[in-house]
Design a protein around this ligand. Structure first.
Ligand code: ACO
Length: 378
């Protein structure tokens, strides 16, 4: 007999409010994203990623001195323990980068003697170390898997430029740096998204910062969350040309397939990050002299809006931006993880500031009252 009196589960926890936070707000009905009081449209193009890190971690935009101090701290934290470099450079070259990064971030906890120190000072230090080290881990693995020499971080470069330098071994152009920086700003935080929620669940048990960020990376990896940006490029490659888009979309919808980069749990109108990314994708595609990808993307978005009333999300155009910057497809989700580490760590600190174990319930739908039959008679 099942328990028919039990309340229904909110599938996917839709509509469930899991925390109070001053960090960010996603207003799905009007397509607005706010970081600590600032509309994303106010921040994008006006502030750097490092300024957003400061905003999320201190609740206000930095002045010149505060920004200088933060940048110097991040630069100082980029050096990885040799043990972690050894681990990263023994991973199989064909491993998916998200597996490599998740494992390396977990390993960083083994080499930090303060990993279990839960004082506020130590937690803040660990948060900044992770923000500084996740791009280094990613770049080292990327160089290792190509059999190339590791590129040391450059203390003269900011976060976005340093990452491009470390993966390519070439200084990025001003334009590449600005594009990447803007992508970081747009991906830094996003309310109670799946990976942030998982980080908060982990830290709410009073586990540790490394465990929380490792959890978040594992959650981001899936194609329904951060992994969608890789799926977008695979989809565009499969479609092949603008002429094939209409038939491909028709067929995918008939087969009830999900179109990657389209739709959102919270946004019922356009994701406010998408137009910024679309604009960058248009500029870059035209500069490359290969507008095919953006033209195909625009047609897919148009069809999906017409047929299903669904709009493009952050992953849709960021895929074309990264592709146009010459970044390999399987680094798209890692780049999302790099930027989102600022938000994840801020949420971990936010959770700790007013913690309670996160422990929802489930509706049991199985039978009750069964009797054990001796094993010889089953
Ligand atoms: N392609 C086709 N149909 C879609 C899509 C899509 N991308 N997204 C939603 N739908 C349809 C569903 O088929 C369903 O239709 P139905 O009611 O006729 O069955 C309806 O819209 C509701 O879909 P759900 O999957 O229940 O919506 P949910 O809120 O659970 O999912 C999600 C949101 C996961 C983002 C979904 O839109 C999706 O899978 N999109 C593609 C993956 C993606 O781009 N993920 C990145 C999200 S943004 C981020 O995490 C960074």
């Amino acid at each position: 007999m099942t328990n028919t009196a039990a309340p229904a589960a909110a599938k996917g926890l839709e509509g469930v409010i899991a925390a109070n936070t001053r960090l960010s707000d996603v207003r799905g009905d009007i397509g607005q994203l706010i970081y600590c009081g600032y509309d994303i449209n106010e921040l994008a193009g006006k502030v750097s990623y490092e300024e957003v890190v400061h905003l999320l971690h201190h609740n206000h935009l930095p002045n010149v001195k505060e920004l200088g101090d933060l940048k110097a701290t991040l630069v100082g934290f980029r050096e990885l323990p040799q043990g972690v470099i050894d681990i990263v450079t023994t991973f199989p070259k064909e491993a998916a980068p998200m597996h490599a990064i998740r494992t390396a971030i977990s390993a960083l906890g083994c080499f930090d003697t303060t990993a279990e120190d839960d004082s506020q000072h130590a937690q803040r230090r660990k948060a900044l170390r992770l923000i500084a080290q996740i791009p280094v881990v990613t770049a080292f693995f990327h160089r290792h898997r190509q059999g190339l020499e590791l590129v040391r971080p450059d203390s003269q470069l900011g976060e976005a430029a340093n990452f491009l330098w470390m993966i390519n071994g070439e200084k990025p152009s001003k334009e590449m740096e600005e594009t990447m920086d803007m992508c970081y700003v747009l991906h830094a935080d996003h309310g109670m998204n799946a990976s942030t929620f998982s980080a908060r669940v982990t830290i709410a048990t009073l586990s540790d910062m490394y465990s929380a960020i490792t959890t978040a990376i594992g959650t981001l990896k899936g194609p329904l969350h951060g992994g969608a940006n890789e799926g977008v490029i695979k989809m565009l490659q499969e479609i092949g040309s603008l002429a094939n888009v209409d038939a491909w979309v028709e067929d995918a919808l008939a087969q009830k397939k999900k179109i990657m980069g389209i739709g959102h749990r919270v946004y019922k109108v356009l994701d406010p990050r998408a137009p910024h990314l679309k604009r960058m994708a248009q500029i870059l595609s035209n500069q490359l002299g290969d507008p095919k990808w953006i033209q195909m993307s625009e047609r897919i978005a148009e069809l999906m809006f017409k047929k299903k009333g669904l709009s493009a999300n952050v992953d849709f155009y960021s895929a074309t931006v990264y592709y146009s910057l010459g970044i390999p497809t399987d680094l798209f989700t890692p780049i999302f993880a790099i930027a989102r580490t600022s938000g994840w760590t801020a949420h971990v600190l936010d959770q700790l500031a007013d913690n309670r174990l996160i422990r929802p319930q489930s509706v049991y739908t199985g039978p009750v009252g069964l009797k054990v039959v001796p094993i010889s008679q089953r």
